[in-house]
Design a protein around this ligand. Structure first.
Ligand code: FE2
Length: 305
């Protein structure tokens, strides 16, 4: 672990007993609602959910898993939609790729948006395709003004076509580009201001990148236009000797909770989602881990109906 971020974490953290923020629980990018604390809908949990009907504030689905014509996946989704709120999260829009948006992908996505009635839609601030070939990776971008302009234009195009608010997610990264003209957080600001879109703030990704690139994660947080934070991601990661990997296969670690506490203090109560994508434990274990987030959310905040 890099010494820099740890130093900042130890010295910047304030336990969130007193809240000075404006209690802005919602904004135009999340339908003016604080949806509470949700978890990702995952196949190993289907049976538990249908049998036990647990109370869950909301589920996040990976859009690409349900962009199909009929079949079991859509049956499951429709059953979930009868009982729960669902928000769509995508992994292959590649707003940062140089090529135009994939129109066929957009058409299929719009069908799903209409099915789920998702209040907002998220995807990553990254690239991952060249000439129609897809890497299936969330690759970090060069932080240039030209890239910000092009990316923002694609976010606008997608939003106008899909007719739903879009929030872009900061990714974790393990490499940087010499051509970058600004920091990652300045780049995020450029994109969301030009696109006039929301932010899916992944505090685990901020932490992972801060360790890999030795920056202060709290400086990143302080630069975020909080009125654009539509949703927050929390997740666990793996700590190796020389780098940290964003593996989504652990409980949330303390430094990430500390960043989460600060994010909530700054942005107000915000729809929060625990990502757990590998070595997935029981539904109850994942849900219990997610609900720890509630201790950082002011008691006066009520989940919107
Ligand atoms: Fe995330």
């Amino acid at each position: 672990m890099a010494a820099g971020p740890l130093f900042y974490l130890q010295n910047s953290f304030e336990f969130p007993r007193v809240y000075h923020h404006r209690f802005m629980p919602a904004n135009r990018f999340n339908g003016f609602k604080d949806f509470g604390v949700g978890i990702g809908l995952r196949i190993p949990h289907y049976n538990h959910i249908f049998e036990k009907k647990p109370v869950v504030d909301w589920f996040e689905i990976i859009s690409e898993n349900y962009m199909v014509e009929g079949g079991r996946q859509l049956q499951v989704l429709d059953q979930i939609l009868e009982r729960y709120r669902v928000v769509q999260h995508g992994v292959s829009m590649y707003f940062g790729s140089a090529e135009p948006l994939n129109r066929e992908h957009l058409h299929r996505l719009k069908k799903l948006v209409r099915r789920t009635n998702t209040p907002w839609l998220t995807d990553h601030l990254c690239w991952g395709s060249v000439d129609g070939r897809y890497s299936h990776d969330l690759l970090p971008m060069p932080y240039t003004f030209e890239a910000a302009k092009r990316t923002a234009q694609k976010v606008r195009e997608a939003r106008d076509f899909l007719e739903v608010p879009i929030a872009v997610e900061n990714v974790s990264s393990y490499a940087e580009y010499h051509v970058s003209e600004m920091t990652e957080w300045e780049f995020l600001n450029e994109v969301v201001e030009q696109a006039d879109c929301g932010i899916l703030l992944d505090v685990n990704n901020i932490y992972v990148s801060s360790c890999n690139h030795s920056f202060d994660p709290f400086e990143y947080l302080r630069s975020i236009p909080t009125e654009r934070v539509a949703q927050i991601h929390i997740a666990g990661h793996s700590n190796y000797e020389k780098y940290i990997l964003d593996t989504h296969d652990h409980p949330v670690l303390d430094p990430v909770w500390q960043l989460y506490a600060k994010a909530i203090e700054m942005a107000g109560p915000t729809a929060t989602l625990l990502e757990w994508d590998d070595h997935i434990p029981s539904f109850d274990e994942v849900h219990k881990e997610a609900l720890k987030a509630k201790q950082y959310i002011p008691a006066s905040s009520a989940v919107a109906s």
